[in-house]
Design a binder for this molecule. Structure first.
Ligand SMILES: [Zn+2]
Length: 258
């Protein structure tokens, strides 16, 4: 089984004790490639170093809405400089993680919107896919994407919206990132939506170290768990795991131009 983990935070200190062992084990389990996403300016260098040190790792750089209070106005300029400097380097694969988070009430929505649009513009300018964090904000994200129409589209990370919202994203060329969330029996709506999604619209992700799947409750999540996650998602979708693995890997390669 050939798998691609389109969303990880392997730069986080959670992995400092055993990162090489984890990467070797993930590869042995068929995980060919992993995307590591920057979330604030302070971790860009670290994310980039990981992508330089291991050819299975690709980097994305972005300013995550949850870290709104840490971002300074000059960080957008610094992000643009990173993207300029790495333009055309295959180890840089996207702008992200960025987006809108309306779940956390303390995050000012106007400031989030400005940050979101500035980074969408960068995805357009540098012709890179956008890897988006969308929580309780689908309508606003869809409306904004319709204005910018980023040519390379991208991925809606940890998609948990409705079927109607999925259709809007698909019309805009976006893929839907699926991972541990749907493996939980409580995720009723998502589990009903999954079998209705076209197979060419989904990609796989773990969001490691977060979003542990139901088979590893409360544990650090890891790309090593992707084969079990594929098995659980394929069962919900009513298809063979091999078919989901193959389609999702093909879709990921299309998004990133691999
Ligand atoms: Zn993330």
């Amino acid at each position: 089984m050939r798998l691609i983990d389109t969303h990880t935070h392997l730069d986080f200190p959670d992995f400092d004790a055993d990162r090489p062992r984890l990467l070797a084990n993930a590869a042995a389990r068929g995980v060919e490639r992993m995307v590591v996403l920057g979330v604030f300016e302070g971790n860009f260098q670290r994310v980039w170093e990981l992508a330089c040190a291991d050819e299975r790792i690709r980097a994305a750089l972005g300013l995550h809405p949850v870290y709104l209070e840490q971002h300074r106005p000059e960080h957008l300029g610094l992000l643009r400089q990173w993207l300029e400097r790495l333009h055309g380097d295959p180890r840089l694969c996207a702008v992200g993680e960025f987006g809108l988070d309306y779940y956390l009430a303390e995050l000012d929505q106007d400031r989030q919107q400005a940050l979101f649009e500035a980074q969408l513009q960068m995805a357009c300018d540098f012709e890179l896919p956008a890897l988006l964090h969308v929580r309780r904000s689908h309508a606003q994200v869809i409306a904004t994407l319709k204005r910018y129409k980023p040519a390379r589209a991208g991925i809606i990370h940890a998609f948990a919206g409705s079927y109607e919202e999925a259709r809007e994203y698909i019309k805009l060329g976006f893929r839907l990132g699926l991972g541990g969330a749907a493996t939980w029996p409580q995720a009723l709506r998502l589990r009903k939506t999954l079998p209705r999604l076209p197979l060419d619209s989904v990609v796989l992700e773990t969001d490691a170290p977060d979003m542990a799947p139901a088979m590893y409750p409360g544990q650090r999540n890891s790309p090593e768990h992707l084969p079990e996650i594929v098995g659980a998602l394929a069962e919900i979708m009513g298809i063979e795991p091999g078919l989901l693995a193959e389609a999702s890997s093909r879709n990921a390669c299309e998004v990133f131009g691999w």
